[in-house]
Design a protein around this ligand. Structure first.
Ligand SMILES: O=CCCC(=O)O
Length: 499
């Protein structure tokens, strides 16, 4: 075991240099001006194991000025050199995969196998955006007036801020920072209070990869100071772009604040994603895909299955199989080899799950299994839970559950299922399982979501545009051109040709 500050760490790393408990600004590890700190807690035991600076609004200006100063030179670095730095970062993250996975387990609670999965997903972004850096191109064309030529060039927007969640801290930072750094922007990341250490490890590796001082700054803070720090970033005149992943409630606040200065914003917000499983689906396929989707990180993903609609011909059989498989889940600490589902990341997650189950029960839902907190070693564990008899007026139908609570709804017709699936203010992802190709096309066109998984429960990938519609936000992250475009301006030049 090694220690960090006053804490005896519950794990050992191959590369202890990765463990940083100060913010990273202009190439230096720094404390907050107030000198205050907050604790990072292991969700599997409820025990603190590190502390990080509680930055507030007074810490923002130094970080922004550093990023702005860096932007002046970083924007002029050749795209190939930016790509090389991203590739170097990518390979350093891969080399330190085991240690980063350990940090993820102790910050998020997810099982080690899932932590590895997150890092594999995440390095897809560094790899992809390294390639994108060199594909940023303008246009040249002859307009309607034949003596003219028109050019467009793409230029980096400036300093960007990333406000990232705790559920996939490595993936969300690399998805945002990868695009920003490829575009020639510099970025300040504000990690979630639950997961600062993994993000600081990324900053340490970015520095080692050769990114100049200020290209990637990280300001940590606690839950209380998060609104103040985030608002100060959003309002700072030198911040030109804000990318946020989190709740619709907070996303709306960010959009409002940024609208005061017409700042460009990317919002990846709440999910409430429906799944439609038809009688003609391959049940093995649907079971495997949706089971993995639903229970991944104990149900704490914005794209997870919130409402599972199953057609009446297979409903009972499907539910029976689901319950049987759910009973096999081993809930435990993410570092335990036997664990197949970890704790939820915060005690708030437990409270919310209990309240949603209670509300559903009080309105007539049937709880087939689970529904309770598990008291085990002080961790934030929740039982795999299966509920039927779900109605549109229940909170569990309207809100993101963000816990291992599965809700099943029986339907008869495609029309009825699509109507119910779309009956939500959100539109992040939807999933459908059918072997009828015509139906699949109709569903692809009729389901109201930014991403449609067809016979798959996993459509997230660096090369595919990620983003929602309706109150799930706007803007795209990942994918060809679109993600980097979020960090670029297009400038039009018009030239009159003589002779
Ligand atoms: O929870 C949000 C992100 C999940 C994903 O990128 O697949």
């Amino acid at each position: 075991m090694c220690s960090m500050g006053k804490y005896q760490l519950p794990f050992k790393l191959n590369n202890p240099d990765l463990l940083r408990n100060e913010s990273f600004v202009h190439g230096s590890w720094v404390k907050s001006k107030s000198g205050k700190t907050f604790e990072v807690v292991d969700p599997g035991t409820g025990q603190p194991w590190a502390e990080c600076p509680t930055n507030d609004a007074s810490d923002v200006d130094d970080a922004v000025k550093s990023s702005y100063e860096c932007f002046g030179s970083y924007r002029k670095i050749s795209p190939r050199v930016r790509a090389q730095m991203l590739f170097k970062w990518d390979s350093l993250i891969r080399e330190n995969k085991e240690d980063i996975a350990t940090i993820l387990v102790y910050e998020t609670g997810k099982p080690r196998a899932e932590a590895y999965g997150e890092i594999d997903y995440s390095t897809g972004f560094t790899w992809w955006f390294a390639g994108e850096a060199e594909r940023i191109q303008g246009t040249v064309f002859t307009p309607a007036l034949p003596d003219r030529r028109v050019f467009t060039i793409k230029q980096p927007l400036g300093v960007a801020a990333a406000l990232v969640p705790w559920n996939f801290p490595i993936a969300m930072v690399l998805r945002k920072a990868g695009a920003a750094l490829a575009a020639g922007c510099t970025m300040i990341v504000k990690p979630s209070p639950e997961t600062p250490i993994s993000v600081l490890a990324l900053a340490y590796l970015a520095d080692k990869a050769g990114f100049p001082k200020g290209a990637l700054n990280v300001l940590t803070t606690d839950l209380n100071k998060t609104p103040e720090l985030s608002e100060a970033l959003c309002r700072h005149p030198l911040i030109k772009k804000v990318s946020f992943t989190g709740s619709t409630r907070v996303g709306k606040l960010i959009a409002k604040i940024c609208s005061d200065n017409l700042k460009k914003v990317t919002l990846e917000l709440g999910g409430n994603c429906p799944v439609l499983i038809f009688d003609d689906a391959n049940i093995d396929q649907a079971m495997g895909q949706i089971f993995a989707l639903k229970y991944r990180h104990a149900g704490q993903a914005c794209i997870t299955a919130n409402r599972i609609y199953v057609q009446s011909g297979i409903f009972e059989k499907f539910l029976e199989r689901w319950n049987a498989e759910s009973k096999k889940i081993v809930v435990g600490h993410g570092s335990d080899k036997a664990t197949t589902m970890g704790p939820v990341t915060t005690p708030r997650g437990i409270q919310k799950a209990l309240a949603l189950v209670q509300d559903a029960k009080s309105k007539g839902a049937t709880v087939h299994m689970g529904g309770n907190k598990i008291s085990k070693n002080g961790g934030y564990f929740f039982e795999p839970t299966v509920i039927t008899g779900i109605k549109p007026d229940m909170d569990i139908t309207k809100e993101e559950i963000f816990a291992p609570v599965c809700t099943f709804i029986k339907f008869d017709t495609e029309e009825e299922a699509v109507k119910a699936a779309n009956d939500t203010s959100m539109g992040l992802a939807s999933y459908c399982f059918t072997k009828n190709v015509d139906r699949m096309w109709r569903l692809f066109e009729n389901l109201e979501a930014g991403m449609i998984g067809m016979n798959t429960g996993n459509s997230s990938a660096a090369e595919s545009p990620f983003g929602g519609i309706k109150q799930s936000g706007y803007g795209k992250e990942s994918g060809k051109d679109v993600a980097v475009a979020e960090y670029l301006i297009t400038k039009t030049g018009t030239f009159t040709l003589e002779g």
